[in-house]
Ligand binder design. Structure first.
Ligand code: NAP
Length: 317
């Protein structure tokens, strides 16, 4: 363990891509153990969350909007132990147990994180749960804040059973917001457990939402990007009441798309909000699959199939 940037060595475990393509382009690759620069921390990764972003980057679908330099190690959220800190970092020390977001590099034994993108991991929160939280919690918190929805109002969430939806529903409930969530029938008991009114997506959705909320919905959050913006605008009474995190055609409908590049830092309040729920015993985050890092290709295939309930996590080390 070292508290100063050290010399680099070869990391024994990292999985990356040297080309875009299907999941089998994910291969063990050799990368240097990164030395933390100013404001950075090196974390010995214990678990890394898997997000749809990962397979979209891997496939090459996002080269214009989310470019990466090849070879690249993917993975945007981690939990682990601080191993070394940059010269000016005072908040963290080697040995601290942390979790948070990283700008890639999570599918590895060691990852670099910005010191202010980490939060202390309570001893009672498992590494896998901690690694599953950052992206979903940040996105959920950000989306609710951007929607500006107040207690007592009704929110329709498209794609409520996935990672982001799972956190949206719980943050909404703790903010006193009523939620109608779309999911396949198999996930309806799960949505009810999270306090939402479930409806099946697909043909006839608008009628089912009207039946579930005869007084109407105040805001709509689209977490799927499957062509639901026009009906969402109609249901919420205007494009300004709709937000999407997944539909790239948003601008053509006059709907706001959030990609997380707002100046506000939503990560820490979101993780604190999630930890507060966990401390009360009220955080529900199912781990759909937990796989070792070596099986990341299978983890991404499962994510690509599009029916994850909660999150997929990789264990490292
Ligand atoms: N812009 C941003 O800042 C940002 C941040 C995070 C994620 N994202 C994007 O947001 C999307 C959601 O992320 P996530 O992590 O929540 O994904 P996820 O966990 O993979 O979502 C899986 C869920 O989607 C549901 N689903 C699939 N097709 C659906 C449909 N047509 N209607 C309603 N639900 C449907 C599935 O429910 P059933 O099994 O019941 O069908 C499943 O529970 C992804 O596209 C991701 O890339 C964007």
């Amino acid at each position: 363990m070292s508290s100063t940037p050290d010399t680099t060595a070869l990391a024994t475990k990292a999985v990356g891509i040297t080309e875009y393509g299907a999941a089998d382009v994910l291969r063990p690759i050799e990368v240097e153990v990164p030395a933390p620069g100013p404001g950075q921390v090196r974390v010995a990764v214990r678990a890394a969350g898997v997000n749809p972003l990962d397979h979209k980057v891997r496939s090459g679908a996002l080269t214009e909007v989310f470019p990466v330099t090849l070879p690249a190690v993917l993975g945007y959220e981690i939990a682990g132990v601080v191993e070394a800190v940059g010269a000016d970092v005072t908040e963290w020390q080697p040995g601290d147990e942390v979790f948070g977001q990283v700008r890639g590099g999570g599918y590895a034994e060691y990852a670099l994180a910005a010191a202010d993108q980490l939060v202390r991991k309570p001893a009672g929160v498992d590494w896998t749960v901690a690694a599953a939280l950052p992206v979903a919690a940040e996105t959920a918190w950000r989306s609710l804040d951007l929607l500006g929805i107040e207690p007592g109002r009704t929110l329709l969430v498209h794609g409520a059973a996935g990672g982001v939806g799972t956190l949206v529903l719980q943050f909404a409930r703790s903010r006193g917001i009523r939620v109608i969530g779309t999911a396949s029938e198999a996930n309806h008991p799960y949505l009810r457990e999270l306090g939402a009114v479930p409806v099946v997506y697909g043909e006839g959705l608008a009628e089912r939402v009207r039946a579930a909320a005869p007084e109407g919905v105040d805001r709509v959050l689209d977490l799927v990007g499957a062509g639901v913006l026009p009906l969402s605008i109609e249901l919420a009474g205007g494009a300004e009441h709709v937000l999407t995190i997944a539909d790239w055609s948003a601008a053509s409908h006059g709907v706001r798309f959030t990609a997380g590049d707002e100046p506000t830092d939503y990560l820490r309040p979101a993780l604190e909000g999630a930890l507060a729920l966990a401390a009360e015993g009220g955080l529900n985050l199912p781990l759909h699959r937990v796989l070792p890092l070596a099986e990341v290709a299978e983890a991404q295939r499962e994510s690509e199939r599009g029916h994850v309930r909660g999150k997929i996590v990789l264990t490292v080390g």
